[in-house]
Design a protein around this ligand. Structure first.
Ligand code: HEC
Ligand code: HEC
Length: 216
């Protein structure tokens, strides 16, 4: 009996050791990617996206460290934003300059700013009225995002941008519009949240349908 217990202890202890070693290998690998990504970020991106992604660097760049942004995009979305950039805006395409491995390291660094898990509610299907959406857009969004989503430097991003629309789903546009982004000029829009705009879900759906229609 004692021998069996003794054997059991050994098995358990070996199991625990394997777990610890494994988790260390895992986290140090991710730690290396984050450290490498931080170096690239500070050299290439900080000038526009600011320290730790808080936005408003020396040159115009959005805040990419807020929890709303980080919770609406997955790693592939961030990767695509950086690799393909946004033609005609301040955001260059890094495809020609950084390898996929370097891009993945930058993504790991950006992801490491996420401190919360938020599950944003959005309608299952987003298909609304374009004409009403345009009307609402011109009332509530045009001041910052420009005519027909053309963007305004340091005011609002170019929502009609080809790369933006290609790599962003309707649901993501809906969530960004409804919930806004903490610490930026992009306040929430959904009725009941504490933004200046108080729009119904259906109205946000109309606006998103309009924005999607701007895709060229
Ligand atoms: C007061 C200025 C302002 C107004 C008004 C405004 N936005 Fe924004 N919006 C911004 C800024 C600035 C950002 C970028 C925030 C950041 O730094 O991450 C943004 C980001 C967004 C994004 C995410 C875009 C991206 O590049 O990831 C969407 C979608 C969006 N706004 C939609 C809207 C819609 C739709 C309206 C109208 C209902 C609206 N916004 C009104 C300033 C504004
Ligand atoms: C010259 C300034 C500039 C540099 C350098 C720059 N960016 Fe940007 N970036 C921008 C601007 C401006 C936008 C928003 C463009 C728009 O849609 O109007 C943006 C958008 C983005 C977005 C999409 C954010 C969103 O709200 O959807 C990501 C992610 C991003 N940049 C990451 C990076 C990374 C990573 C680097 C460095 C490898 C970098 N950027 C370098 C200016 C810059």
């Amino acid at each position: 009996m004692k021998k069996i217990l003794y054997g059991l202890y050994i098995v358990i202890i070996i199991g625990i050791i394997i777990c610890i070693v494994n988790s260390n290998i895992f986290s140090s690998k991710n730690g290396k990617a984050i450290a490498a990504g931080e170096k690239i970020y500070n050299k290439q991106c900080l000038i526009c996206h600011g320290e730790n992604g808080k936005g408003e660097g020396k040159n115009a760049g959005t805040a990419i460290n807020n929890q709303q942004y980080l919770n609406t995009v997955n790693d592939t979305d961030i990767f695509n934003s950086v690799k393909f950039g946004r033609e005609g805006t301040g955001m260059p395409s890094y495809g020609p300059r950084l390898s996929d491995e370097e891009l993945n390291n930058v993504v790991a660094y950006i992801r490491n700013w996420q401190s919360e898990e938020i599950n944003f509610e959005a309608p299952k299907t987003i298909a609304g009225n374009i004409v009403n959406g345009e009307k609402l857009y011109n009332l509530y969004c045009i001041n910052c995002h420009g005519e027909a989503g053309s963007g305004k430097l340091k005011m609002g991003t170019a929502l009609a941008n080809r790369q933006y629309l290609k790599y962003t789903t309707d649901k993501q546009i809906w969530i960004s519009t409804a919930y806004g982004r903490d610490g930026t000029r992009m306040a929430p829009t959904l009725k009941g949240l504490d933004g200046v705009r108080q729009l119904q879900e259906k109205e946000i759906t109309d606006i998103v349908t309009y924005i999607r229609s701007l895709e060229r």
